[in-house]
Design a protein around this ligand. Structure first.
Ligand code: ZN
Ligand code: ZN
Ligand code: ZN
Ligand code: ZN
Length: 130
């Protein structure tokens, strides 16, 4: 069963899918926190240990590629727990947060004290210049 929440990119026939290790479970396929059960499948990769993403992609700046939300044991809201995020072809380091992906480092986001993704790059640390 194919999940197509990224329909706009999935529709791009030229997109090359690359298998990336699931950061949330460190490729083990098990829920790292064992909240439901120590043998519960990782919710991010559904037990596969890896997830397929389209190039280009970068390590998630917001969670430093850990897949874990900085302020909780939940999955990172930016990369959905994978630790890697798909980015636009022509994206470069976000000038607002200087590539950290966090509002705390962004002079232009409105929540400087909070642990939210930078609104300009959506937490990926890279954005398309405009
Ligand atoms: Zn996983
Ligand atoms: Zn992340
Ligand atoms: Zn940013
Ligand atoms: Zn920002």
């Amino acid at each position: 069963m194919a999940k197509s929440t990224r329909s706009s990119r999935a529709a791009d026939a030229t997109a090359r899918l690359t298998e990336v290790r699931c950061a949330f479970c460190d490729g083990k396929g098990l829920d790292p926190f064992g909240i439901m059960s120590p043998l519960a499948e990782c919710q991010v990769c559904e037990g596969h240990g890896s997830v397929k993403l389209a190039e280009p992609m970068v390590k998630c700046a917001f969670c430093h590629g850990t897949g874990v939300h900085p302020n909780s044991r939940m999955t990172c809201t930016v990369c959905s727990g994978v630790g890697t995020v798909e980015v636009p072809n022509n994206a470069s380091t976000c000038k607002h947060c200087h590539g950290t992906g966090r509002t705390a480092d962004c002079e232009d986001c409105h929540f400087p004290e909070s642990v939210f993704p930078c609104q300009h790059c959506k937490g990926t640390g890279v954005a398309v210049d405009h």
